[in-house]
Design a protein. Structure first.
Length: 75
């Protein structure tokens, strides 16, 4: 049995893509970061050498903000 997910797990881009198929690739996440429209992220070092991670709670929040309720206004 898998260990229960914690809300604040820290995930790499590859782990985000594996667990959330909406994000097709690490490159699609990078493009969202570049556009400034993606989920909040953690960067370990400034510049191109910094690794990027995401809190599970930030991914869930980003998805919740884009969820349209049935009968609600269009996104």
């Amino acid at each position: 049995m898998k260990e229960a997910r914690r809300v604040d797990d820290v995930l790499s881009s590859a782990q985000v893509c594996e667990e959330y198929p909406l994000f097709r690739s690490a490159q699609s996440l990078a493009e969202l970061r570049w556009r400034g429209t993606g989920p909040d992220y953690i960067k370990t070092h400034p510049g191109r050498s910094g690794r990027v991670y995401y809190r599970r709670s930030a991914i869930e929040k980003w998805l919740d903000e884009r969820t349209v309720s049935n009968g609600g206004a269009a996104a």
